[in-house]
Ligand binder design. Structure first.
Ligand code: SAM
Ligand code: SF4
Length: 332
């Protein structure tokens, strides 16, 4: 059986972007009250005293947008110092990264994934929402964040692209080309029916194989030696410094190799992205005085049920069901 040792930890459910596929502008978005969000000491207790002892040794900080949390650097510093930690990484939209990358690196973060859905500022802005900056300035801030992280030495540096038909799929070759000269790992994610039913219904999704074919026709494509720990199938354009990953949760089922759970910003532990079976409210347990031993036992029981829960998620996910909870609420 797959060892489940990887936890995606949402630091906050809010975000400074409004991506069409995640928190579309104009939708009636509801966010957690501040008192519902795990405090840093609560989060660190859960990770160090409950999750690590039952076998979680790799953490990815995500959200919402993790960099809008004021104590994010402190949280990174504390987790990076956990004994027995095997890996700490972060997924961010990159907007605040240029000014924070150095502090994050010095606090112990080394691995980072940055979402970059387009190289064209207008398209980028159309995807991430129109807010305070002009399209060019908004895109440029993210690009500066990527460059800064690269120069500081974050490695591997991955760029996440959600492919939306008719919006950014025409840019796939330009985005793939980012892997040619630099050790940047571009990952194409199939658009999932989570977060925006209208957009998904209108646009549908493009399969990873279709993208690979376009890239193959242009440059050729070889399976990479580097097989990721996660759900991505990794390839390389011959001679490229970086790789191309494909996350194909719509066209392929990788439930049998699922090695992860998710902790939401309000302390819900969720064993499956697509299925709420077994989820547990660790924050309430902690606040009501449950012992860490009791919480560990509950999490161990959940771990034992995970293989069965995974398949429930897959079965419901392939029936065209739409999931109303967004990635940012689940703990993307
Ligand atoms: N705010 C950060 C960011 O955007 O990178 C981290 C949180 S975000 C929810 C994590 C990842 O989920 C991003 O790479 C985003 O593109 C992806 N995502 C969100 N909604 C999605 C959807 N409906 N289908 C596929 N990927 C999605
Ligand atoms: Fe924010 Fe990330 Fe969701 Fe976009 S995908 S709205 S950046 S949480």
């Amino acid at each position: 059986m797959n060892q489940v040792d990887y936890l995606r930890v949402s630091l906050v459910d809010r975000c400074n972007f409004r991506c069409q596929y995640c928190m579309p502008e104009g939708e009636d978005l509801t966010f957690l009250a501040r008192s519902e969000v795990l405090t840093a000491p609560e989060l660190l207790t859960l990770l160090r005293e409950v999750m690590m002892p039952v076998g979680f040794t790799r953490f990815r900080l995500t959200g919402g947008e993790p960099l809008i949390r004021p104590d994010v650097v402190e949280i990174v510093r504390e987790i990076a110092a956990f004994p027995n930690l095997r890996d700490l990484s972060m997924t961010t939209n990159g907007f605040l990264l240029a000014g924070m990358a150095r502090d994050l690196y010095e606090a112990g973060l080394r691995r980072i994934n940055i979402s970059l859905d387009s190289l064209v500022p207008e398209t980028f802005n159309q995807i991430v929402g129109y807010r305070t900056h002009t399209p060019a300035a908004r895109w440029q801030k993210v690009w500066d964040g990527i460059q800064t992280a690269y120069e500081i030495g974050f490695s591997p540096l991955k760029l996440n692209v959600v492919v939306i038909p008719g919006v950014n799929d025409r840019e796939v070759l330009n985005l793939a080309a980012l892997s040619l000269d630099r050790e940047w790992h571009v990952r194409f994610i199939e658009f999932m029916p989570i977060g925006n039913a209208d957009l998904f219904g209108e646009r549908g999704w493009v399969s990873s194989e279709e993208l690979r074919q376009r890239i193959r026709d242009r440059w050729g494509l070889e399976a990479s030696q580097v097989r990721g720990n996660g759900p991505a199938d990794v390839f390389r354009i011959p001679g490229a410094k970086g790789t191309l990953g494909f996350i194909s949760q719509m066209s392929e089922c990788f439930c049998d190799r699922c090695n992860r759970m998710r902790l939401s910003a309000d302390g819900w532990l969720r064993p499956c992205l697509l299925n709420e079976t077994g989820q547990m409210d660790l924050k309430t347990m902690l606040r009501e005085g449950a012992s860490v031993e009791e919480m560990r036992d509950r999490v161990r029981n959940l771990l034992a049920l995970k293989p069965e829960i995974n398949y429930k998620g897959r079965d419901s996910g392939t029936e065209g069901q739409f999931y109303t909870r967004t990635m940012s609420q689940i703990g993307g």
